[in-house]
Write a new protein. Sequence first.
Length: 203
Amino acid sequence: MKLSRYVLGMLFLGVLLVLSSTSVKAQLSITVAVDEDGNGNLSNSGGFNQALPGAMLPDPGPGGLPLALTYNLLNPPGLTAGDLIILDSPGVMSDIVRFNPGQNGGSLVLYSILGGGQLADTGFPSAFYPNTFSINEGAGVTVYTPTTGMPGFVAGAAGPVTYRISGSQAQTPEPASLILLGSGLGGALLRRRMRSRSTEVAK
């Protein structure tokens, strides 16, 4: 009798371990990708893939602008309100990613500094949510995976949500790149001119 209770206990423990391991395997990873041009996408590791086109809408968040690049996040359950501040260098903001749970069931608003001509280039809101988090800008793409309580965390998601924020897909060259390109072209022209002169002298 004691042996059978022991065996039953071990079987029950084994079932719990199997159930817990299958629930970990079933967890989805979710990715929201947005850029400053209004191109967005929501996908998960289970094969779901949905375009999220951005639209210029009023931002109902603190100090929100009358028109800001807004992405509808398809009703994320338990979206945490707040502002993600992306820093270009220490203390210098380059982008603000705002999460508004009350807007269309949950939205992401992308603000960027003025200058590039993209849809997000509207300047910044005049106030922020009390819940803010700062992150350094990535090389081309800034990747952010919030945890409990952080801006953009989705409490009812089937797994972690990762946000990928990028600039324009048709980036205008930076001044330094233009200088390098110009000096390279100038050097090629100078070399060609010197070759033609040495050919004339040889004749």
